[in-house]
Design a protein around this ligand. Structure first.
Ligand code: TYD
Length: 204
């Protein structure tokens, strides 16, 4: 079976993290080797950049370029070798997150990111992207309920997440073959069922 690259996206607090484990378990149950990873991060250098990105104040364009620097390392050191070895890769976020957060949320010029994307991964796109879609007010309540200290992104206001959400939904409309939207206001069981159906249909 051909290797597959699957990415999970959504605003902070949409609940994708707990569902990633279910997706990985489903794929492994078919006897397929899966590498689970995340962005920013996924490599020793990428995790150091993640720490800076989530906590260190910086210029918005520095943030944007560090996201792509971490991604370049991630592709070279982990994603591309795993796919070449026939493994599947499941990543918590990838380039759609940059279009959603840096272009949609921060308001940076989209054309610049098309150039960076073309530089960093000219041929590779995820085979499947699952966007967990949720009202930012609900997501904010979920995040507050965790009691964890918010990072630089999680401290943003609802209108920032409205723009991020809208940008994600535009990605889905522009590329319906690759990008699927999951209503994250459903119960965890409903979400898992839908997720499993989509992965089975698209990937197996
Ligand atoms: P996230 O993946 O939500 O991790 P956790 O669930 O542990 O908080 O956090 C990563 C943050 O980075 C998230 O707020 C979105 C942001 N981000 C961007 O702004 N641009 C990107 O390209 C990526 C990959 C992430």
């Amino acid at each position: 079976m051909k290797s597959r690259f699957i990415t999970f996206e959504g605003i902070d607090g949409a609940g994708k993290s707990s569902q990633i484990a279910a997706a990985v378990a489903l794929i492994e149950s078919k006897g397929i080797e899966v590498v689970q990873t995340r962005e920013p991060g996924g490599t020793p250098l990428g995790e150091k950049l993640r720490e800076l990105l989530l906590h260190e104040p910086m210029h918005l364009e520095t943030e944007a370029m560090l996201m792509f620097a971490a991604r370049r390392e991630h592709l070279a050191a982990l994603i591309e070798p795993a796919l070449a070895a026939g493994k599947w890769v499941v990543s918590d976020r990838f380039t759609d997150a940059t279009y959603a957060y840096q272009v949609g949320g921060r308001g940076l010029d989209e054309a610049r990111f098309a150039a960076l994307e073309q530089w960093v991964h000219p041929r590779l796109q995820p085979d499947l992207t699952l966007i967990f879609d949720l009202d930012p007010a609900v997501a904010a309540r979920r995040l507050a309920g965790t009691g964890n200290a918010p990072d630089r992104f999680e401290r943003e206001k609802t209108d920032f997440f409205e723009r991020v959400r809208a940008a994600y939904l535009r990605r889905a409309v522009a590329d319906p073959g690759r990008v699927r939207v999951i209503d994250a206001s459903q119960t965890p069981d409903e979400i898992r069922n839908q997720l499993e159906q989509i992965i089975s249909k698209v990937c197996f």
